[in-house]
Design a protein around this ligand. Structure first.
Ligand code: SF4
Length: 249
């Protein structure tokens, strides 16, 4: 696997939380479009989608992180993996291995990690000896329809397998999260959000938001009304199941 070198690894994102992106590119190649890809292309870090789908590992990630943690007086309580790539992308065990080493290193410094993937969360994350802090294990999930996935997230893990990997960690006592974004409008896929919610009713937290950056949603008639209704449904579901909820209309 190709590598790059970076000067900095741990940073505070514009969204206000700390994160680490230890890979440039992402094999999942989502077509929503992927905001991270658009930014990487805009800034000349990748030339096209094919290059984006050939991820390059940050070769000096662990050395950098060790130095940055040693230098810091005020350590963050939590670090997110990842904002501009996927920590457990399909077909790249090197990425998974490095992600797990980063989680272990952060945990050893008393820093919890929140993880978000469209791949498969490794079962090892339930191991409290290696990963001692209170990490949050999350998956992105906007449908259960595999035809939809093949169209929009063609190289990411099948939905049911994502859920099973998450459920395994829930059973292992880990805090779990489902990130339902960008939720598609009915003109993109006909589906019942309740079925999706039922499939992940075991999680601790659900985040829901619409598909705000693709003109296709406007063809559904009244997307704002649709999202208000769906967000209300998510809030009701979460209340009923005692799940922490963040649902944007
Ligand atoms: S998994 Fe995330 S980073 Fe990777 S292509 Fe899809 S949206 Fe972009």
């Amino acid at each position: 696997m190709k590598t790059i070198e970076r000067k900095k690894l741990l940073y505070k994102s514009g969204l206000g939380f700390y994160c680490i992106n230890h890979v440039l590119g992402c094999a999942h190649g989502c077509l929503y479009p992927c905001y991270a890809y658009m930014m990487a292309r805009h800034h000349g870090r990748v030339a096209n989608r094919a290059q984006w789908r050939e991820p390059r590992l940050v070769g000096n990630a662990l050395v950098l992180l060790q130095k940055e943690l040693a230098r810091r007086k005020n350590k963050p309580d939590e670090v997110h993996l990842c904002l501009t790539t996927d920590p457990f992308m399909q077909g790249y065990p090197e990425v998974t291995a490095l992600s797990l080493r980063i989680v272990a290193l952060l945990n050893a410094h008393g820093i919890a990690v929140s993880l978000l993937t469209k791949g498969l969360l490794p079962a090892d994350l339930a191991n409290r000896e290696s990963y001692c802090a209170d990490n949050t294990c999350g998956i992105s999930l906007v449908s259960l329809n595999e035809r939809f996935r093949k169209c929009w997230e063609p190289y990411a893990a099948p939905y049911r397998r994502r859920i099973e990997a998450l459920r395994r960690l829930h059973r292992g006592g880990r805090r779990t999260l489902v990130h339902i974004e960008p939720y598609p409008t009915p003109n993109l896929v006909e589906q019942d959000l309740t079925e999706l919610l039922d499939a992940v009713a075991f999680v601790d937290e659900i985040y829901f938001s619409g598909w705000n950056y693709n003109r296709a949603v406007r063809k559904c008639g009244d997307p704002a009304a649709f999202y208000r209704e769906q967000a209300a449904l998510v809030r009701r579901f979460c209340r009923r199941h005692g799940i922490r909820c963040s649902a944007d209309a």
